[in-house]
Design a protein around this ligand. Structure first.
Ligand SMILES: *Cc1c(COP(=O)(O)O)cnc(C)c1O
Length: 394
């Protein structure tokens, strides 16, 4: 098929046509088990009936009206987010990067409003990922995503992830925000230690800086709690959410307290499509399923089964050194002999009818539907086993 798109994506040869639950069919009618979940987006699998009917009902009422007005779906989704988290207020965007862009802008404005001009520095993590706008690639800790787009926004420093001492040393009176992913998703499914997040909270308090947690990947039930910060003894000032928030419909959100949110005065920030009624209606339907205790319980159960199955594959083949993550966000770190070859393994999996992901060149990542059935889990593992056998024999 001729590719009319700019070449920044390396598309697979297979062209997906339709999906149902945790299965996807290509245009040439091959069937795949989907353990990639659209990169942690399709939290309820493909074509969940509750999402289809929410989208259909809203499609017959109101698609778009602009932020000159509020709507019932936007207020209903914001209310759900507020009632289940630390937050009092929500700003809606269309993506994770936009939710983070809002978070970083708000952190700078809040500091300026309360402490004057000198307090504008952001401390973030090496290998962090926060999206692809210029501000978010700059706060992200991977120069390969930012260096070609210089000059970059300034006032941003990076500390090694999980290095509490380095974090303590980097934060000072000029710091307006510390930005952390509770699990570094793109760069290897690496969970933050309790010590690191607790230190972040403590140094932010000490220096009147805001703790911003990027939960774009870890949010909406992915780790077995609604948001991953809820596993820790830490309350953030701002959380960004996207990916699974619309479970396949584009939407992002920035959650914050009333005190911090007050700095987003009328006209200070905005978005044409943010809070779009279609996105928010789908978000409400997704939220109502994901937030059920039975769903979150199931994430923990299926996550344990999946991790156990992956550890068994590791044991039998020697392909993986460790299996890590939380709930249904799992990374398999390749053994030394296979370093840098995660992309090749994803290709082999595709040949065996399985969709999985990389998270850096060394880590195979799984982020399936939160409703993953035993049957799909087992079939996925059978196919992965076959792919790994090919991979280690190659
Ligand atoms: C995916 C991701 C983003 C970017 O989200 P987009 O919707 O692609 O802009 C930001 N932060 C984290 C942690 C992510 O995983």
């Amino acid at each position: 098929m001729h590719n009319y798109l700019t070449p920044n994506f390396a598309f697979a040869e297979m062209i997906p046509d339709h999906g149902l639950g945790s299965r996807v069919w290509s245009t040439d009618n091959h069937e795949y088990v989907d353990l990639a979940g659209g990169i942690a987006v399709n939290a309820l699998g493909h074509c969940h009936p509750a999402l289809i009917s929410a989208l259909d009902a809203q499609a017959h009422k109101l698609w778009h009206i602009s932020n000159l007005y509020t709507t019932k779906p936007a207020q209903a989704l914001a209310q759900r987010l507020v009632e289940h988290t630390f937050a009092d207020q929500v700003f809606f965007a269309n993506s994770g990067a936009e939710a983070n862009e809002a978070a970083f802008k708000l952190a700078r404005k809040y500091a300026r409003d309360h402490f004057g001009d000198g307090k504008n520095e952001i401390v973030a993590c090496v290998n962090g990922f926060h999206g692809r706008t210029l501000f978010t690639v700059s706060v992200g800790g991977q120069p390969k995503y930012s260096q070609d787009f210089a000059p970059l926004p300034s006032g941003i420093t990076h500390v090694p992830f999980n290095d509490a001492e380095a974090l303590r040393a980097a934060v000072n009176g000029r710091t307006c925000a510390v930005v952390i992913e509770p699990i570094q998703g793109e760069s290897g499914v690496l969970p933050a230690s309790a010590e690191f997040l607790e230190t972040a909270r403590a140094v932010c308090d000490e220096h009147h800086a805001l703790l911003v947690l990027d939960e774009v990947q870890t949010g909406m039930g992915r780790t077995g709690k609604l948001y991953a910060y809820q596993h820790y003894n830490v309350t953030p000032d701002i959380v960004s959410s996207a990916k699974a928030l619309g479970s396949g419909f584009p939407i992002g959100a920035m959650l914050t307290t009333a005190k911090v949110g007050a700095s987003f005065t009328p006209g200070s920030h905005g978005s044409t499509f943010g809070g779009n009624p279609l996105a928010c209606a789908v978000g409400c339907a997704a939220f109502d399923i994901i937030s059920q205790p039975e769903t979150l319980q199931r994430v923990n159960e299926q996550g344990e089964k999946l991790a156990a199955a992956l550890r068994a594959i590791a044991q039998d083949t020697g392909a993986f050194e460790i299996v890590r993550g939380k709930g249904l966000l799992i990374g398999c770190v390749l053994a030394d002999a296979y370093r840098g070859r995660a992309g090749e393994l994803v290709g082999k999996a595709l040949q065996h009818g399985l969709l999985v992901l990389v998270a850096s060149p060394n880590v195979l990542r799984l982020a399936p539907s939160l409703l993953l059935s035993d049957e799909d889990l087992n079939e996925g593992m059978t196919r992965l086993r076959a792919a790994v056998a090919d991979f280690v024999a190659a």
